[in-house]
Ligand binder design. Structure first.
Ligand SMILES: [Fe+2]
Length: 475
């Protein structure tokens, strides 16, 4: 009896001790490494004869239709498409009522070769002077071969405009890619922020690369014909292949995907900025020169000065190679860009830096390493409320599969990480807060796995702004 009482007392004490330990872990800053593992479809591309790549049956019908923002402030759109049999024309007819097209815009057409591959006729048409917050219907192609779509313009630039962005990266064209795209399309996202590595066509023999680019254009059309995707380029867009005579970097990408770089005074379509609703979105190129005095560096220096948080409170950076990642794949590849740009990101109180490249999901705490220099001895990132949150969403589902090996133990800067496929959504509510979700592709349903309410880095309330730490801003 006495022995049983003693054992029970010991068990109670043990239970109490476990509770204390668990509580202390919960209150600390320890990040989460999700152990979730789902059975995934094999990381292989969907065969070309699958219906998701289906080619419009009618002679010379437009295909691979995609739209992107066409100006700085969201009153223009660039509509792009491909005709295969002949150039056709590059006109877009559009209007605010279905099948009643009051306006016409003229575009351009071009094609290119990639070794033995000859592209179709690639059309780009700028449609500008649009009204905000308006649904437009548009028609591309000629006569019987024409096709019709629609899009919704964003609200006018306003600090309290609510707007939902999707964030997708490293998509490719596998069954997992399809799952990601379908889940995103159910999310209510209004515009995609794309963080590089699009089709993975460069994984093919040189003479099949163009064919897989065409297939990818048809694959994404179900979303890209109806809402803008804001593009940034990754390493799979470089396609530098001197062995087959192809030495112009980003050749396929630049022919196929237009960006409004001129509107933000950028000299290259690979880096530019747009403003949309209450967000200022800056696109950087991880694979273009960015050190001091290069064109990209000089442009970013000026663009950050143009950011007006009283009009666009949310400052978002898109790039391909993560600045902070604790995955063993591609580890430290973003370090050179961190050394050049991190001080600006902190000084300008960037809200989010979204990246791809690493085929997994990871979110950081607000941390910075701007006091590090080769001799200072301050070697580690430290908590910094002025710093952005760094989010890696390279988990679109391409044929290279997942990057499943994270560094162990999880570094202090890492808040949540999981090697699964998925996409993110950022629901901006007003100038002060936004709801963020990472949505895992969970066997046919979208699972909100990492959900955080973020508070704006500039505004604390609709009247009060945060005070900047002057010490961070020696630019
Ligand atoms: Fe990449």
């Amino acid at each position: 009896m006495l022995l049983a009482f003693g054992v029970r007392l010991l068990l109670y004490r043990l239970l109490f001790l476990i509770c204390i330990i668990l509580r202390s872990v919960g209150q600390g800053n320890a990040g989460i490494t999700s152990t979730f593992i789902r059975s995934e479809w094999p990381s292989v591309d969907i065969p070309l004869d699958n219906e998701i790549f289906s080619i419009p049956k009618v002679h010379n019908a437009p295909q691979q239709v995609h739209i992107t923002q066409g100006d700085y402030d969201g009153k223009a759109i660039i509509i792009s498409w491909v005709t295969i049999d002949e150039p056709g024309n590059s006109k877009v007819q559009y209007g605010t009522s279905k099948q009643k097209y009051d306006f016409t815009a003229d575009g351009t057409v071009k094609n290119y070769t990639f070794s033995t591959y000859k592209s179709g006729y690639i059309h780009h048409c700028l449609v500008d002077g649009l009204e905000y917050n308006t649904k437009y219907y548009y028609k591309v192609g000629v006569g019987d071969s024409s096709r019709e779509f629609w899009f919704q313009t964003p609200p006018n630039i306003d600090p309290d405009a609510s707007y939902t962005f999707g964030i997708i990266g490293d998509l490719g064209q596998t069954y997992n890619s399809l799952s990601t795209l379908e889940h995103y399309m159910q999310s209510g996202g209004q515009t995609v922020l794309y963080v590089g590595d699009l089709s993975y066509a460069d994984r093919y023999e040189y003479n099949k690369i163009g064919i897989r680019w065409d297939a990818w254009g048809r694959f994404i059309e179900r979303s890209t014909a109806y809402q803008p995707w804001i593009w940034s380029a990754g390493n799979h867009e470089i396609e530098y292949m001197p062995n087959v005579g192809e030495v112009l970097p980003f050749k396929s990408y630049l022919h196929r995907f237009a960006t409004p770089n001129i509107a933000s005074h950028s000299t290259s379509p690979l880096w530019y900025a747009v403003r949309r609703a209450s967000a200022h979105i800056v696109v950087l190129s991880s694979y273009s020169p960015f050190v001091k005095y290069t064109l990209q560096w000089s442009w970013l220096q000026e663009e950050l000065k143009r950011v007006d948080r009283r009009k666009t409170p949310w400052l978002i950076i898109l790039l391909h190679v993560p600045i902070y990642s604790s995955n063993s794949v591609h580890y430290m590849e973003g370090e050179s860009m961190r050394a050049v740009f991190e001080r600006w990101f902190v000084c300008y109180r960037v809200d989010f830096v979204f990246a791809g490249h690493v085929h997994a999901y990871e979110r950081s705490y607000r941390i910075s390493n701007i006091h590090y220099n080769v001799s200072s001895g301050d070697r580690y990132p430290v908590p910094d409320e002025s710093a952005p949150v760094y989010i890696t969403v390279g988990d679109g589902g391409n044929q290279e599969g997942l990057a499943g090996r994270f560094w162990d133990p999880q570094p202090d800067y890492s808040a949540f990480r999981e090697a699964s496929y998925g996409h993110s959504t950022l629901e901006i509510r007003n100038r002060t807060h936004a709801f963020y979700h990472w949505n895992r592709n969970d066997d046919g349903k979208k699972a909100e796995t990492d959900s955080v309410t973020f508070y704006n880095q500039y505004w604390t309330s609709n009247k009060r702004r945060r005070r900047l730490k002057k010490s961070h801003c020696k630019l």
